[in-house]
Design a protein around this ligand. Structure first.
Ligand code: 5RP
Ligand code: FE2
Length: 217
């Protein structure tokens, strides 16, 4: 089945002092989604943004907003991220014992639900929640920072995630170190959403998005 590949610039690498302008610019440059990385300084060793940043950027774009929560516990904040304007909220499988409950809360609040897997977490962790998710986010770096090198062993994991979902309408998102150099391999392995932060921000956004899309095939 041919899948339309979505390019999702991560605003982790944007200029935080000009976020409204930055999201408008990547939307105009051809971004399909906007990826928002929320980090809590506990689940990952970095602090970034919360629901107030999502509500601040929401009026600037019509683009689908994809929120990646690297926070534990996530449960108390799920409704706030959806109410702020997230179209999809992804929680980490490693972030707490009640993954199914978190996924139900996201959908009940009105957004699509995703599960993220750290590099060492097997895809079998989502086997029993496949009816409750819209996306599997395969971390292709260790979560916490932009600008890290893609972990090649994650190509096999993307393929395992694709095989696991079968015919279900579940997207597979690759997040971390994605660039024109590896986008082709990542899509051939089975991903259909490509997150890219450092490979897009800091240059000509349209040109960089086009290069990733072209490499994705
Ligand atoms: O979730 C993330 C880090 O935890 C980011 O989305 C990811 O790292 C994107 O940035 P880059 O493309 O620069 O790797
Ligand atoms: Fe992310």
């Amino acid at each position: 089945m041919a899948r339309e590949v979505k390019i999702a610039p991560s605003i982790l690498s944007a200029d935080f002092a000009r976020l409204g302008e930055e999201v408008r610019a990547v939307e105009a440059a051809g971004a399909d989604w906007i990826h928002v990385d929320a980090m809590d300084g506990h689940f990952v060793p970095n602090l970034t943004m919360g629901p107030n940043v999502v509500s601040a950027i929401r009026p600037h774009v019509t683009t689908f907003i994809d929120v990646h929560l690297m926070i534990a516990p996530a449960e108390p904040y799920l409704g706030a991220f959806v109410n702020a304007g997230a179209d999809l909220v992804t929680v980490h499988a490693e972030a707490g014992p009640h993954l199914h409950r978190s996924l139900q809360s996201i959908r009940e609040a009105g957004a699509q639900a995703g599960v993220a897997l750290n590099p060492a977490t097997p895809v079998s962790h989502v086997e029993h929640v496949l009816d409750d998710i819209d996306l599997i986010l395969v971390m292709t770096v260790n979560p916490g920072f932009g600008g890290q090198a893609f972990i090649p062993a994650m190509l096999e994991k993307i393929a395992a995630a694709r095989a696991l979902v079968g015919d279900r309408p579940i997207r597979i998102e690759a997040d971390g170190g994605v660039s024109p150099q590896n986008a082709g391999d990542v899509v051939r392995a089975g991903a259909d959403v490509l997150v890219a932060g450092s490979a897009i921000f800091g240059g000509d956004y349209a040109e960089r998005i086009r290069a990733i899309r072209q490499a994705a095939g």
